[in-house]
Design a protein around this ligand. Structure first.
Ligand code: ADP
Ligand code: MG
Length: 915
């Protein structure tokens, strides 16, 4: 598959379906394409015309005299497969299908789409649409749409699934002079979807922030990888349609009923650092403010105002949105007392009063900004009497110059504050007409910052020696699926809890009253009886739970009553027996811990308030596996019940939240290990006297066994791959640990790069690199294991870990080839480490089914070239460097010729390694 570069920056563009007929899509599109005349060549294509718009018109793509980078197709749907086939034959790089009449019209359209997909796959060009309005790249003067608007150039990329909504927003943005680096509508997403576009825009120099209007995400895994890769460098802001049509279709589990699309999308966005907004206006607002380097490191907002009213409105809104008003330090209070009139507000909001002059206002803003208890500041001004609005603005601008804390401004009014607002805009200080808008933006800034933290969390795969023995569970699951018994009995589900060390109440299955009495005697009274039937989803609903059984007599009595009741309330239900469970006393909290598979994002986790009212409370949060304690804590914090769990409630003691964290992490481990699990409810997960235990657990399996060809087919985020952690020895006997890099390795990675000799540095980076900025180091250390793998070699020296080498392989987005690079600290070269790392990278590439792995090696890097040759790479020298490549699959080998050639000029280099 070719990349998107040529398609989005084309030199030659053809329009199939070009016409002069006014009011047609073909005509409108051609006009737009011709706006960029001189920047790219435009070829009209239409067999019905000799000339169109005064240009020579070609009968088809193949007859166009030049290679075509981009083809825009605007012909009736039926003709599109043939046109696309010709595009493939002509070897074009990209195709945009703006024609409609595909899946939206039903079966026939779906069939056409299938044909187009097959043709695209055969030739490998990239495809946008069908049923989209096309795309615009103002920076390269390309408008490949039929829209009437031609947006201005700027730094915002806007990707919309819906063409109609996209063009409406574009219309609005054009009037408001918002500039774009790109606008694209995705339509049916037969090929290019959100993930692809983020990949392209992430490395597009003209794009600084990316905004998305999303209905469905496309390939979720691709989206997650792409967003995770770029969210840190370019803010990604999303408006997701369909907040309230989340179908609570699943009745099989509470988790299924609660975790609708919207909640899952929200959790996924958060996890990859994407900001979700509620309103169209917020998209653009956020695009500009989040891109600023000034993000609040905490929620604590200080408000300075010269009028009481707006200050109160702002502080109320802070509370409404779950924000926090800063509590000013004693020092700040003292300074303010000294400089403000005695009747100032004596707290935050700092009301400097209507008669404040520039000096007073300036002192207040300066003091708050300097206060360590303040994370961000909102400056409000209402022009009153003689207040010089523009001068106050100038003072604020001056104070924000060398502070890293964000300042937002609200200069209320219209005519009187034009000058002030202009000053703010010129100095890139966000300014809003109302306090609410400013507060809302501050909260977005804070949430974005907080989401970015999550990107550093890399939950692990369990190391092999810590993996719970689970082969008995695997067998059980396989058997259940083959027999079609998808709902596990509680007794079987208990085995899962036990394996993953999730505490539960003691209990056992009983077929008859006699057996029930036996089980009860074993576990001890009081007990609870619960009906066991495949046909009963929620036991309490059919009177299937009897609590508080204190004696054998009561048990016998309740047993038969239970059977009778269920038979009446659920006629025809197949009853297997009862589950006899120890009764928990003095339960303080009932929680729910669950999992389900989302159509787009695979397995998700749910935590919240549980018990029989779970669907009534709707107090829950969603997370994605894999998870670790930090992420588990975040999930808990997002619920209302968390406050009670952490601090207690009236006479109820707090729960041990640390234990809860651990239970969530182990539960996530269970979900990670078992792609066969469709849904789980642990409801309630109860807390009594500080102890946490599962009371009721239901596990539902998928009817089809999972596709085991990829390691975690049911997850969109890959866990830290513990399997690549290998203890090893250098040739001189030094112990080395080889393991995948982690975000926490930034310090040792930086030390390692700075310690390389000039030569080693040049071999690796093609120039001498020292003191890389944090942003680069982050990209080296915080990687997406699905796309990239970096194996670091570390030794322990003086009780401290040191990095002595690193090998890295990055899959191209289409996952056909992977680029690798290896670098070893000078004093550890020629000890076999380079070979070991390259060898590991080859294994990894093979495992990921890459077709080949390649690297770019400087010509004077003889040791690396020698090693590559020895390991069977083919060498292709170009003017400046040598490209080395190893075909991993036979059909991908096209290098035979080059290899012979390079063997002839084989050099006898050193055996050690520099790169
Ligand atoms: P279902 O959810 O199918 O109705 P549960 O086993 O969750 O059945 O029981 C319903 C409710 O009964 C629980 O939410 C809990 O409040 C209470 N309960 C069930 N088992 C026990 C037990 N062993 N000890 C204390 N309370 C229990
Ligand atoms: Mg229950």
């Amino acid at each position: 598959m070719v990349d998107m570069e040529k398609m989005f920056n084309p030199k030659t563009v053809a329009l199939v379906g070009a016409t002069d007929k006014e009011g047609t899509v073909g005509e409108a599109t051609l006009k737009n394409l011709l706006l960029g005349k001189g920047k790219h060549t435009v070829y009209p294509v239409n067999p019905a015309h000799e000339t169109v718009a005064g240009l020579k018109c070609y009968p088809n793509i193949i007859s166009v005299p030049e290679h075509v980078d981009l083809v825009v197709v605007a012909t009736p749907a039926k003709s599109v497969p043939e046109v696309v086939e010709e595009c493939g034959k002509a070897g074009v790089d990209g195709v945009v299908i703006i024609s409609a009449g595909f899946r939206e019209i039903g079966k026939e359209g779906v069939e056409l789409e299938k044909q187009i997909s097959a043709i695209r796959a055969k030739y490998g060009f990239r495809l946008l649409g069908p049923n989209c309005v096309g795309f615009v790249r103002p920076a390269v003067h390309l408008n490949a749409t039929f829209l009437r608007d031609n947006p201005e150039a700027g730094s915002i990329a806007f990707i919309s699934q819906s063409g109609a909504l996209g063009s409406a927003i574009l219309d609005w943005a054009t009037v408001s002079h918002v500039g774009f680096s790109m606008f694209a509508s995705l339509g049916s997403m037969l090929d290019l979807d959100f993930g692809d576009l983020i990949d392209f825009l992430g490395s597009d120099a003209s794009t600084r922030s990316i905004i998305l209007y999303v209905e469905g995400i496309g390939t979720a895994k691709k989206f997650m990888s792409a967003a995770r890769g770029f969210a840190r460098t370019k803010p990604i802001i999303v408006l997701k349609a369909g907040k309230y049509n989340t179908g609570a279709k699943a009745v099989q589990s509470h988790t299924g009923a609660l975790a609708g699309d919207f909640e899952v999308y929200d959790a996924a966005f958060k996890r990859v650092g994407v900001v979700r907004v509620d309103q169209i206006g917020d998209l653009f607002n956020c695009a500009s403010v989040l891109d600023s380097k000034r993000l609040p490191s905490g929620p604590r907002l200080a408000i300075v105002t010269n009028a009481g009213g707006p200050g109160v409105v702002a502080s109320d809104y802070v509370t409404d949105l779950g924000g926090e008003l800063a509590k000013l330090s004693d020092d700040s209070m003292k300074t303010l007392d000294e400089h403000l009139p005695p009747y100032w507000s004596h707290g935050n909001p700092v009301d400097v009063l209507g008669d404040a002059d520039v000096a007073r206002y300036q002192t207040a803003v300066g003091t708050c900004l300097a206060d360590p208890n303040v994370d961000g500041l909102l400056a409000i001004c209402t022009p009153q009497g003689v207040t010089p609005a523009a001068d106050l603005a100038a003072a604020v601008v001056k104070l924000t110059k060398d502070r890293s804390k964000p300042v937002l401004t609200v200069w209320m009014g219209e005519k009187g504050v034009i000058e002030a607002r202009r000053k703010f805009s010129e100095n890139s200080i966000p300014t809003y007409p109302t306090p609410e808008e400013a507060v809302k933006t501050y909260m977005y800034m804070y949430r974005y910052r907080r989401n970015l933290d999550l990107l550093y969390e890399t939950p692990e795969e369990l190391p092999v020696d810590m993996m719970p023995p689970n082969s008995h569970l695997k067998l059980m699951v396989r058997k259940a699926i083959s027999e079609g018994k998808l709902l596990l009995s509680q007794a079987d589900a208990d085995k899962f809890l036990d394996a993953y060390n999730i505490p539960r109440l003691n209990g056992g299955f009983a077929r008859s009253e006699e057996e029930a009495l036996m089980v009860a005697r074993k576990i001890g009274y009081p007990v609870v009886l619960k009906i066991v039937s495949q046909d009963v989803v929620h036991k309490s609903d059919v009177g299937g739970v009897v609590t508080g059984i204190n004696s054998t007599e009561t048990l016998a009595h309740e047993f038969s009553k239970l059977m009778d009741r269920v038979k009446v309330l659920k006629p025809g239900a197949r009853i297997d027996g009862v589950y006899v469970q120890r009764m928990a006393k003095s339960v303080d909290y009932e929680l729910i811990l669950g999992s389900k598979k989302d159509r787009d994002f695979g397995a998700v986790l749910l935590f919240g308030s549980g018990g029989i009212g779970v669907e009534l409370f709707r107090d829950f949060s969603i997370g994605l596996p894999p998870t670790n304690q930090v992420l588990a804590r975040r999930m808990m914090e997002e619920t209302t019940i968390y406050k009670a769990l952490a601090h207690g409630l009236r006479n109820r003691a707090p729960a041990n939240t640390k234990t809860l964290e651990e239970v969530i992490v182990r539960f996530s481990g269970m979900i990670t290990d078992f792609p066969e699990i469709a849904e789980v409810d642990i409801n309630p997960l109860s807390v009594a006297e500080g102890k946490v235990f599962a009371v009721d657990v239901r596990i539902l399996l998928d009817s089809k066994p999972p596709d085991r060809s990829t390691p975690y087919p049911h997850m969109v985020i890959m866990p830290y791959p513990t399997k690549y952690v290998v203890p090893w020895k250098l040739e001189d006997g030094t112990d080395v640990l080889l393991r995948p890099i982690r975000p926490e390795d930034e310090a040792i990675e930086s030390e390692f790069i700075n310690g390389l000799s000039d030569e080693a540095s040049r071999y690796r980076f093609f120039s001498i690199v020292r003191n890389l900025p944090h942003s680069d180091l982050v990209r080296f250390c915080n990687i997406d294991y699905d796309r990239e793998m970096a194996i670091v070699a570390t030794i322990t020296e003086g009780g401290r870990r040191r990095e002595i080498g690193v090998g890295r392989i990055i899959s191209e987005p289409d996952k056909r080839r992977g680029e690798f690079a290896v670098v070893i600290a000078d004093q550890y070269q020629a000890k076999g480490l380079g070979r070991k790392l390259v060898d590991m990278l080859i294994d990894i590439a093979e495992e990921r089914r890459l077709e080949s792995i390649y690297g770019v090696v400087l010509k004077d890097n003889a040791p690396m070239l020698t090693l590559c040759k020895e390991m069977g790479f083919s060498l292709k020298p170009t003017q400046d460097y040598t490209e080395v490549e190893l075909a991993l699959r036979l059909e991908a080998s096209s290098q035979g010729q080059v290899q012979t050639q390079s063997q002839e000029e084989q050099t006898e280099g050193a055996t050690g390694l520099a790169q």
